[in-house]
Design a protein around this ligand. Structure first.
Ligand code: BT5
Length: 255
């Protein structure tokens, strides 16, 4: 199944996503770059940049994120979280995507497993369906705002090196709703969790969905058991000598 680019336009998105200010692009380098520039011009909370294709999509640490035309969601939303909770925006994005995957796959048989891999992957049956990239803008020590960027694969043809690591929603159902509806649900769920950014509910739901906990993993060069996560976003890793390490945002690998 593919998603025709004619299904998206500035006018249709404005209709579906009222009252959010929107900038839509058929093709763009990175929606996060456009959103960051908009944020610096005082964009309001909830402003959206959406693209049908990204030619320079980015992951963390400058890694590439592929968004071929008409095959995936690519969205950046501008938010203004309290600075003490800004690390939680990754949780907001991940839970919103997980909710959307659950809604879209509600009738899939058998129901695949939707889980989160610390720190920022949404996985279906252990394969990455979505990635999340948050980028903050500061003026000296004042947080001006954050861009929450989300890519969600619908029908991406992956290069060989990703074929055993990545997946699409269309791999699990033939009944994907129109892409405009998927965007609308995603934005609704982002706002739902963003309103709860300070809540125990957000932390507990994120933690409950983390498939990383209870697994033996390798992260930042250390191997051990991922035992817990903390409210401030650390992963607790117990190495074989019994030491508990507090780790922030490394790449978690299975040893
Ligand atoms: C991420 O980085 O997972 C964050 C991706 C964020 C993408 C969104 S799209 C909208 C907004 N605009 C942007 O420019 N970015 C955001 P990281 O954890 O570093 O993972 C990157 C790695 O994922 C790459 O090195 C590849 O191995 C893999 N990858 C690339 N494209 C993928 C895809 N479409 N699906 C699954 N895996 C992919």
């Amino acid at each position: 199944m593919n998603f025709n680019k004619s299904a998206l336009s500035q006018a249709l998105l404005e209709q579906s996503l009222t009252p959010h200010p929107i900038r839509y692009f058929e093709a763009i380098g990175s929606t996060n770059d456009e959103a960051m520039a908009w944020l610096m011009q005082s964009a309001e909370t909830g402003s959206l940049v959406i693209a049908n294709q990204q030619t320079q999509g980015r992951g963390r640490l400058g890694r590439p994120w592929i968004t071929p035309p008409g095959a995936a969601l690519a969205l950046s939303i501008i938010l203004h979280p309290p600075v003490v909770y800004m690390h939680r925006l990754v949780w907001v994005g991940a839970l919103a995507v997980a909710d959307v995957c659950e809604m879209v796959l509600a009738d899939a048989a058998p129901m695949p497993h939707i889980g989160l891999k610390y720190p920022n992957d949404v996985q279906i049956n252990g394969l990455k369906v979505s990635g999340i990239l948050t980028e903050a803008a500061w003026k000296e020590t004042r947080l001006l705002g954050v861009v929450l960027g989300i890519g969600l694969n619908l029908a991406v043809e992956f290069p060989e090196e990703l074929q055993t690591k990545a997946t699409n929603l269309t791999a699990f159902t033939d009944a994907i709703p129109p892409i405009l509806d998927v965007y609308a649900r995603l934005v609704t769920q982002i706002l739902y969790w963003n309103e709860r950014i300070a809540s125990d509910e957000l932390f507990a739901t994120w933690k409950a969905r983390l498939t990383t906990l209870g697994q033996r993993v390798m992260v930042n060069g250390l191997t051990g058991m991922a035992t817990d996560v903390t409210q401030d976003g650390y992963l607790l890793l117990q190495t074989d000598d019994g030491t508990i390490h507090r780790i922030i945002v490394g790449d978690v690998l299975l040893p």
